[in-house]
Design a protein around this ligand. Structure first.
Ligand code: FES
Length: 250
């Protein structure tokens, strides 16, 4: 299917969103709450673009991560309406995380130097993009959710206690765009959400691996052989190489 983005004709698949079609064609649209492996929820509003439909020629603002492409639509990623929407969004996001480098960089790129809103002393780095809760849900753990209201709303374990359901996989921290979720990895343990996890060790070299609780969870819930989790990547690679060399393959 053919559509136009910023005057450029591009080819899109019928299951594409504007964001996925744009990305594949090298057109950049800023986004904070989108991840290819997760459902889109349109939380950050940063990917807003303007769309002109062929049916009535009307132009409207839509979130590029959620809007499915249609034949002959025209998309504008840098119109005046888009610029104003992006600036308002960044102004609001900055009020939640006024010192966050990623947000500051994005804001400056879009002509916003600082937030025009008052920031509370509790302003934290959580911008409520829900990537972490969606990743945790996708894992099947549901250990964290949004708690609190207004400026104080953020992602936490239920009742702000150590979350029983967390297995220490670290997906939430890895996917968080602002670094709000703190995960500390030490050789013997991982600490996240106030919970400590003993780390497994590579059975060949003793290097620290994923937490034992995560390994047990993964063995029970993923279709990988149990011994997949017993060695570090380096030892697996060496073992494989020596098997191949034994076969005369180099
Ligand atoms: S990336 Fe589309 S709303 Fe956040």
């Amino acid at each position: 299917m053919i559509l136009r983005i910023d005057g450029k004709q591009i080819e899109a698949k019928k299951w594409d969103t504007i964001l996925s079609a744009a990305k594949r064609n090298g057109i950049s649209i800023p986004s904070l709450c989108h991840h290819d492996a997760l459902e889109n929820v349109g939380a950050c509003r940063l990917c807003v673009v303007e769309v002109k439909t062929s049916s009535n020629g009307e132009r409207k603002l839509v979130t590029a991560c959620e809007y499915k492409v249609a034949p002959h639509i025209e998309v504008f990623t840098h119109s005046e309406a888009v610029r104003r929407s992006r600036q308002t969004t960044l102004d609001l996001l900055l009020a939640r995380a006024p010192e966050n480098k990623l947000l500051l960089d994005l804001s400056r790129e879009n002509g916003v130097e600082s937030t025009s809103y008052s920031t509370s002393p509790d302003a934290n780095e959580c911008i409520l993009c829900y990537l972490c809760t969606r990743a945790c849900e996708k894992m099947g753990c549901n250990a964290i959710s949004a708690v609190g209201r207004g400026q104080g709303k953020s992602i936490q374990p239920p009742f702000l206690t150590v979350p029983d359901a967390c297995v220490g996989c670290g997906s939430c921290a890895a996917i968080c765009p602002t670094g709000f979720i703190e995960m500390i990895d030490m050789p013997s343990k991982r600490v996240i959400w106030g919970k400590e996890f003993e780390r497994a060790k590579c059975e060949s070299c003793g290097a620290p691996l994923i937490p034992v609780a995560y390994r047990e969870w993964a063995i029970a819930n993923r279709e990988l052989p149990e011994d997949y989790y017993l060695q570090c990547q380096e030892c697996k690679r060496k073992e494989l190489a020596s098997k191949f060399s034994g076969l005369g393959v180099s």
